[in-house]
Design a protein around this ligand. Structure first.
Ligand code: NAD
Length: 451
């Protein structure tokens, strides 16, 4: 098939590249000319494991091209995928203006009947409105909803081995075309959920909010553990052993971040409000997440007896491991809260350092090497569990860090509970985890990444 993908971001690049790798001819269109230039030169504008090699291979094979205007041969494409951003608007609802810009461009350019596949996360009813826009085209265009479920950091593998593919289409012909397109991705079993566009749009918001809700609930419980002396590891194991509940997404931490959970939870709440059906759990999930970010900042502040004039190191700036994405990352919330109170923030991250400094408006610095961020620091906060942070040299940490007034040992806050508290304490450091007692000797042996 000949396919056009609108948007060369995390979703558009992975989708376009993945489809070209299956043998289709794919043109990825983006309104950002600098981004397109980089892609044409073979440079990746984002970090996503495994993507670079795949892009280069398909560029070389002539199946994958990039541009800021649609070439004539793609005006008769079989399908146009919309994978543009839908950031949070002023009232919490999703801003779908980029989706409609893309739809207008498709209506103008398409010279043959085609599908318009909406991959962006959009409020219920958006596909119907996009249909009205593309009905102005000279040819028949049918809009289908096909939300994306990839996880940043694992996106290439998610494309080729999806848990499920959700298709929301009205006509049988559109359903069949998409079934055919995705057939190579489900050789090991039926993974397609076929429904109408509105249900498909809601499935995406419901999935993200359900996951965010589990995380927020565990985060609330972790605060209760601090207050009552209970232990969040034990609570998680006990609760997760119930097969009706399961073990995934039950890790307490500094609060969820990223380009999806925060905005999608709020968009569902906004959608509920506008439909007259308040989404109380979505609203509470969002508040609990904000509360967790405040809790971590207060934990640091209390342990250091105030942060003004102190230096605080942060390890892990991306919102999760294996990505360079810092959108809504806990590092930004904590970094801003600390800087506002007069602290100096020095960060380290294997991939997201530049994005962090940019998002902090230059009010924080970063180091290329992890231990260099600790020089003279009164505290270290681990926010993202990159693999390279899992087995650190705590003695080296202690050597680099600075004791507080009265020679009180430097503070280590493990906001992902990946370190054994006793290892930290033995090195002459103070320890603080999330929902665990500082003297606890255990640690989860194989804590997988949550997202
Ligand atoms: N990032 C994820 O993990 C993820 C996962 C599932 C779903 N989603 C959803 O997918 C959508 C895209 O997310 P993303 O993270 O890839 O966004 P992104 O911000 O990384 O990329 C969006 C791209 O779209 C481009 N763009 C904007 N308007 C355009 C237009 N009119 N025509 C062509 N290109 C245009 C931008 O320049 C940018 O390069 C969002 O709705 C998001 O909620 C994202």
């Amino acid at each position: 098939m000949r396919l056009v993908v609108f948007g060369a971001g995390y979703v558009g690049l992975v989708t376009g590249t993945g489809l070209s790798d299956l043998g289709h001819e794919v043109f990825v269109f983006d309104i950002d000319p600098a981004r397109i230039e980089r892609l044409r030169r073979g440079e990746l504008p984002i970090y996503e494991p495994g993507l670079e090699g795949l892009i280069k291979r398909n560029q070389r094979g002539g199946r994958l091209t990039f541009g800021s205007s649609i070439p004539a041969e793609y005006e008769t494409a079989d399908a146009y995928f919309i994978a543009v951003g839908t950031p949070q608007g002023e009232d919490g609802a999703a801003d779908v203006s980029a989706v409609f810009s893309a739809a207008k461009e498709i209506a103008k350019k398409a010279k043959a009947p085609a599908l318009v596949v909406v991959k962006s996360t959009v409020p219920v009813g958006t596909c119907d409105k996009v249909q009205e826009v593309v009905d102005s085209a000279d040819v028949a265009l049918e809009v289908v909803s096909n939300p994306e479920f990839l996880k940043e950091g694992d996106a290439v593998s998610d494309f080729f081995k999806p848990d499920r593919i959700v298709l929301g289409a009205r006509s049988e012909a559109a359903r069949q075309t998409l079934r055919d397109l995705y057939a190579p991705l489900q050789l090991s079993g039926e993974r397609v959920v076929v429904t109408d566009p509105r249900s498909s749009e809601l499935i995406k918001y419901a999935s993200n909010t359900m996951l965010a809700m589990r995380v927020s609930f565990m985060n609330e419980l972790s605060r209760l553990c601090h207050a009552t002396g209970a232990d969040i590891h034990a609570v998680r194991l006990g609760v997760g052993s119930d097969s009706r509940i399961g073990k995934k997404y039950l890790y307490a931490g500094p609060g969820y971040g990223g380009s999806c959970f925060p905005k999608d939870v709020q968009a569902l709440a906004a959608l509920g409000k506008s439909a007259g059906v308040p989404m109380r759990l979505a609203e509470a999930t969002h508040s609990a997440n904000d509360e967790q970010a405040r809790f971590v900042a207060e934990l640091v502040e209390r342990a250091l007896d105030g942060v003004s004039g102190k230096t605080i190191a942060i390890w892990g700036l991306a919102f999760k491991p294996e990505t360079d994405d810092v959108r809504e990352a806990p590092s930004l919330k904590l970094g801003k809260a600390l800087v506002e109170k007069g602290a100096t923030v020095v960060g380290h991250d294997p991939e997201a350092a530049a994005n962090f400094v940019h998002a902090m408006g230059g009010k924080a610095t970063v180091k290329d090497k992890d231990y260099d961020a600790l020089d003279g620091a009164h505290a270290l906060v681990l926010l993202t569990e990159w693999r390279s942070y899992r087995a650190p040299n705590f003695a080296e940490m202690r050597r680099r860090m600075r004791p507080g007034a009265g020679d009180v040992p430097p503070l280590v806050v493990d906001a992902r509970n990946i370190w054994r508290p006793l290892d930290v304490l033995k090195a002459g450091l103070r320890f603080q985890g999330i929902g665990i007692q500082p003297s606890a000797s255990h640690r989860p042996a194989d804590r997988p990444s949550q997202r």
